[in-house]
Design a protein around this ligand. Sequence first.
Ligand code: PEP
Ligand code: MN
Length: 357
Amino acid sequence: MVVVMKTSATQAEIDQVVERVRTAGGEAFVSPGELRTIIGLVGDTTRFMELPLSQLPGVENVIRVGRPYKLVARELHPEPSVVKVGSHPIDRRSVTVIAGPCAVESETQALEAAHMAKRAGAHLLRGGAYKPRTSPYSFQGLAKQGLEILAACREETGLPVVTEVLEPRDVDLVASLADCLQIGARNMQNFSLLKEVGKAHVPVILKRGLSATVEEWLMAAEYVAREGNMDIILCERGIRTFETATRNTLDLAGMAVAREATHLPVIVDPSHATGVRELVGPMSRAAVAAGADGIMVEIHPHPEAALSDGPQALTGDDLDRLVDEIAALGASLGRPVPGYQRETGRTPSMGWGSPQQ
Ligand code: PEP
Ligand code: MN
């Protein structure tokens, strides 16, 4: 951090800034200039941020240099992190596919979807047992029963499961039945939930908030990391803009910025980003081409009957085709879809339609 003093600042005012910084355990380096004095601060900048330095007499401006997040910053951890979910490693050398229904609706529906995910070559099964719905009258999820159904799906297909936790009091229960917790977009700045998940010993997918900047998203990850849980996967899922043609606006540049700024894996959810089934394929391909470490997509055995997010749900055939394409694209980028040929017996295919189709 740098403190820029006013041209009129007195020596006593400069000394006061230096004194405050030293009392907070930092070091202050004073550079007197022709017009104004600049003071460079070294030490734990998070502690300086709590000091009201900009309020002190004689201070013109306080400028932050460097990043406010530390544990998740690539600066302090240049080696990319590998986050293991069950036995599947999410890393920067391969492309992970996560698929499953928006919500667990019944055992039959969830099992059917789990088999679709498995057949397509997905590595993890997603599915909501606690649903954060905009309307309190919409289907809210099966709660504990939904978690048990997910555990049964894992039993049957071998796919580790990812599911959202909405409240701090549910973290232990969800962590005991799932392989990976999800913090949804609406809860990205629910700090008590972030802290509780930070104390859990299971990986977490942290979705970007609907109106969160990349920095706010990374600061949310820092909350989880600070409690000791470094197994964090960031997920870009579209942000709110003026555009209404799609449900949200997929911010692939934000994904790339986050991927550069941190050592954590960053994946993309093109389902919630677009809200439109036909756009899930193109945006998945774009995400992989832009460097995403994985995609998370919604599927449903009968999208027209889905209790939530039917219009964005892929069918089993859609998902097969999507994974074939991602495998082909990944192979050309030196980022394979692990186990693809072994699990599916299919061959990568670049056979996607023209943009006009
Ligand atoms: C979800 O993935 O089930 C979900 C609710 O997504 P988001 O939090 O991104 O809206
Ligand atoms: Mn959904």
